[in-house]
Design a protein around this ligand. Structure first.
Ligand code: MLT
Length: 211
């Protein structure tokens, strides 16, 4: 069963089938939409409510979550504005659908907006799985620290995200108080089976077990 209320983002919502399973906020990559990560969400946590917005920015007709000036060069003013919009959407959707704070699961551009939201609007997510994320803001603001759990999965052969950039993002998140587990996988920018297994394990692990 799915029900979609008219909220501030076009989105897809799938209710939980298991009480207590953490809601997942699914954030697609460039050119994706609200349907892209539903299958991944079901694999990661079968009983969870799934909330999947579609990015509002169009680049040559391809949805994204914020503007970029070139590959890997972001319009940071837009990043800030869009992260605020996403955080407001999460609040709206939580009220509408009666959800706990979600775990963000973002891929590529979706991981980057999730990272920006962690840095700019802490407390929006109960945790985050960032798949092939990079630094969204060169100089993030100092915000009140939170102890949100973050799993950052990077690809050693990723042609879009240099290893140094992913390391820098891990450092920014740690400086903001997040408990970051950063893994470098033998993969490119695309997802691999190892991403799925690690994300499943991380979601299932008690918070204390992954420092
Ligand atoms: C971005 O623009 O967010 C990153 O370069 C990833 C991408 O969407 O290609």
């Amino acid at each position: 069963m799915s029900a979609n209320a008219p909220l501030s983002f076009v989105h897809r919502f799938e209710p939980a089938t298991e009480a207590g399973a953490p809601p997942l906020l699914l954030l697609h990559g460039t050119g994706g939409d609200e349907n892209d990560l539903i299958g991944l969400g079901r694999m990661l946590s079968p009983g969870s409510a799934l909330l999947a917005p579609r990015g509002k920015v169009l680049e040559g007709g391809m949805p994204r979550f914020f503007r970029r000036l070139a590959e890997g060069v972001f319009d940071e003013e837009d990043v800030r504005r869009r992260a605020g919009e996403l955080a407001d959407f999460v609040r709206e959707a939580r009220e509408t659908y009666g959800l706990a704070a979600p775990v963000a699961v973002g891929f590529s551009n979706g991981a980057n907006i999730a990272a920006a939201t962690l840095l700019l609007r802490p407390g929006t997510f109960s945790g985050a799985i960032l798949l092939r994320a990079m630094v969204p803001l060169a100089d993030p603001p100092a915000v009140a620290p939170t102890d949100t759990r973050v799993l950052l999965l990077s690809g050693a052969m990723d042609p879009i995200v240099p290893g140094e950039n992913a390391e820098r993002l891990a450092g920014q998140l740690r400086a903001a108080g997040a408990r970051v587990e950063h893994r470098l996988l033998p993969a490119g920018h695309g997802l691999s089976q190892a991403d799925v297994s690690l994300a499943q394990g991380w979601l299932a692990a008690p918070a204390e077990a992954v420092a």
